[in-house]
Design a binder for this molecule. Structure first.
Ligand code: A2R
Length: 317
């Protein structure tokens, strides 16, 4: 497999490279010119997907047989602050990639990574949510991901471009940026342990329930879908169960050596929070045989260990 990975310097990118290269794939990693990238096992290219000509040129050079499209403005919070940039990267950037792919003599299979956020507010009876549920995005990030999916489906129907769409649910692990909830809390907990902050973790809405999966399980699902996913189809990728953020925080507290209390930070409250989200993953399981393997407790332990190490290194720098 010759696989082009966009957004390769991002959180999921590093894990995707390790997974695919580990199984013998030839990896071409596309990163933004200004990004730092320490991954091995691949050929590195610079690419700003907002530039259509640059995207065309890279696809003509690499001629991948598969594309894992991870590049995005991936934060819901930032999408409220930068809606236009979110549209440019997530919608126009995806269109550039699709157009570049269909011009190749042998168009690649493309795994387009979207989001479970597209479903919006769900009633209890709709959980776990199957792929044929009407998406009703509640934020700009989700709206752009739904639009990108729609462009991909048009390319499949009009040109037969073999695009497979993923709706990824929450995933986390070591190296995730702390603007995502569990990474943020693990960092705060590790800072409290190191005596760098008062014993208070600032949180948003703790009652919301989300479907969390270890990033290493997620990239295994992506690898399986690259080979076994059916073109034109949409797949939920998640654990299949919802867990309250308060339960995650309890697990972090159980694994932290000193006690802390929590405080609501109004800045972390979203304009429109979806109360409960969990994926129906039967289609993914039917077509690929995938199941998550890493327990949440382990991912929290690994994420805490990562932040303890990062804080120690920063203190020594
Ligand atoms: O925004 P940056 O500087 O962190 O760069 C991100 C990169 N990216 C781009 N790449 C090419 N052309 C662009 N115009 C462009 N804008 C941003 O995509 C970052 O390095 C990468 C996405 O990685 P993360 O933000 O760390 O997302 P993560 O967690 O790896 O999620 C992968 C996919 C995304 O499509 C999410 O929306 C989805 O999974 O859940």
């Amino acid at each position: 497999m010759r696989c082009l990975i966009t957004g390769a310097a991002g959180f999921v990118g590093g894990y995707a490279i390790a997974q695919l290269a580990g199984n013998g794939a030839e990896i071409h990693a596309a990163i933004l010119p200004q990004e730092q990238f320490s991954g091995g096992n691949c050929t590195v290219h610079t690419l700003d997907l907002c530039d259509a000509a640059e995207t065309d040129a890279l696809m003509q050079t690499v001629r991948p047989d598969t594309v894992l499209h991870l590049a995005a403005q991936s934060s819901v919070g930032l999408s409220w602050k930068m809606p236009q940039k979110t549209v440019d990267i997530n919608i126009s950037g995806t269109l550039h990639l699709l157009e570049a792919a269909r011009k190749l003599p042998d168009p690649p299979r493309i795994l387009l990574i979207g989001s479970g956020e597209v479903y919006g507010t769900l009633r209890p009876a709709q959980i776990p949510v199957p792929e044929d549920t009407l998406p009703q995005p509640n934020n700009f990030y989700a709206a752009t991901k739904l639009a990108a999916e729609s462009l991909a489906q048009v390319c499949f129907r009009a040109y037969g471009l073999p695009v497979i769409c993923v709706r990824a649910f929450n995933h986390f692990g070591p190296r995730q940026r702390p603007d995502f909830v569990i990474a943020d809390w693990c960092r705060q907990a590790a800072e409290i342990e190191a005596g760098l902050r008062e014993p208070v973790i600032r949180t948003g809405n703790l009652t919301v329930q989300r479907d969390f999966t270890d990033v290493r399980d997620i990239v295994r699902a992506y690898e399986l879908l690259l080979t076994d996913g059916r073109p034109g189809e949409i797949y939920n990728v998640g654990s299949g169960r919802a867990i309250a953020l308060s339960d995650i925080l309890d697990e972090i507290a159980a694994q932290t050596v000193c006690a802390f209390r929590t405080e609501t930070d109004p800045q972390k409250l979203r304009p429109a929070d979806t109360p409960v989200i969990a994926a129906d993953i039967r289609k993914l399981q039917r077509d690929t045989g995938w199941a998550p393997q890493i327990p949440l407790r382990q991912t929290i332990a690994d994420t805490l260990a990562y932040w303890r190490q990062t804080i120690k290194e920063n203190a020594g720098a």
